[in-house]
Write a protein that binds this ligand. Structure first.
Ligand SMILES: Nc1ncnc2c1ncn2[C@@H]1O[C@H](COP(=O)(O)OP(=O)(O)OP(=O)(O)O)[C@@H](O)[C@H]1O
Ligand SMILES: [Mg+2]
Length: 241
């Protein structure tokens, strides 16, 4: 299996707090990777390091065999790493179409960006809401817009930070189906979620962070049954196994 992204012994400290500690990770193209771990384990920080919001103190990151550690977020995004944010970052006064067009305009002229944005919204069943302002959309629609924006940048790797958190299982279903289909479209999703049902349902591989350290790596069954993972994070073996 082809490796698309490599984190080579990456660390990040905030003052006295070691948020990410010596993480080595090779991400396989075309496989959904899940990242789990307790609150404050360093999951979002790891995403912020990959997409250039933070520079790591130590270690190297390569995407398609090019080092990206020193690049700016927009450069990394243009190279093919898209992301959503844990706290939705939509501009409330923009329409759904304008929001997604803005993201697509990172790599396309405006007219084509608008066309691509509309195509994505249409695929996600949001065509009839394209002209609505984001402030009037439901929480599920906002999450779909977040995902649409990330996909509009034409990523090859997409970092999804709790994109289904706070949604019910029924509400999460359309997002889950979109995410599961991404590898068939040549996109490698890396997802952070606290729901073990979601992780179990869609991830071929799962890694676990605890105090910034990678403490487990394997299939979801292996990782969710791992004694260290149960003791440090899960408390009990999840019922979905
Ligand atoms: N910019 C920052 N400045 C200082 N500390 C930070 C900063 N960003 C994150 N941290 C700290 O780093 C640690 C890891 O935070 P991070 O947001 O990566 O955790 P997380 O695994 O995403 O948690 P959650 O599941 O709650 O989202 C936490 O202790 C957090 O308070
Ligand atoms: Mg987080």
């Amino acid at each position: 299996m082809e490796t698309i992204l490599v984190l080579d012994r990456v660390s990040k400290r905030f003052g006295g707090l070691q948020a990410v500690d010596d993480v080595f990770l090779e991400v396989n193209a075309g496989q959904i990777l899940g990242i789990i771990g307790p609150n404050g384990a360093g999951k979002s920080t790891l995403f912020n390091i990959i997409c250039g919001i933070y520079h790591p103190d130590k270690g190297r990151i390569s995407f398609k065999e090019k080092f990206i550690k020193k690049l700016m977020p927009h450069q990394i995004c243009r190279m093919g790493i898209g992301r959503t944010f844990q706290i939705s970052e939509v501009f409330e006064s923009l329409t759904a179409l304008e929001s997604v067009t803005l993201a697509a305009s990172l790599h396309l002229p405006l007219k084509e960006a608008r066309r691509q944005a509309y195509t994505i919204l249409d695929q996600f069943g949001l065509a009839d809401k394209a002209e609505l302002r984001c402030e009037s959309l439901t929480p599920v629609d906002i999450k779909l817009i977040e995902l649409s924006k990330a996909l509009a940048t034409s990523p090859e790797v997409i970092l999804l930070d709790e994109v289904m958190t706070s949604l019910s299982r029924v509400e999460a279903e359309p997002l889950l189906n979109i995410i599961k289909n991404l590898p068939h479209e040549g996109i490698t999703p890396i997802i952070v979620e606290h729901s073990m049902h979601i992780i179990q349902d869609c991830c071929q591989r799962v890694i676990v962070l605890n105090f910034g350290r990678l403490i487990a790596d394997g299939t979801s069954d292996e990782v969710l049954s791992d004694r260290t993972v149960i003791d440090s994070y899960l408390g009990v073996k999840p019922t979905c196994l």
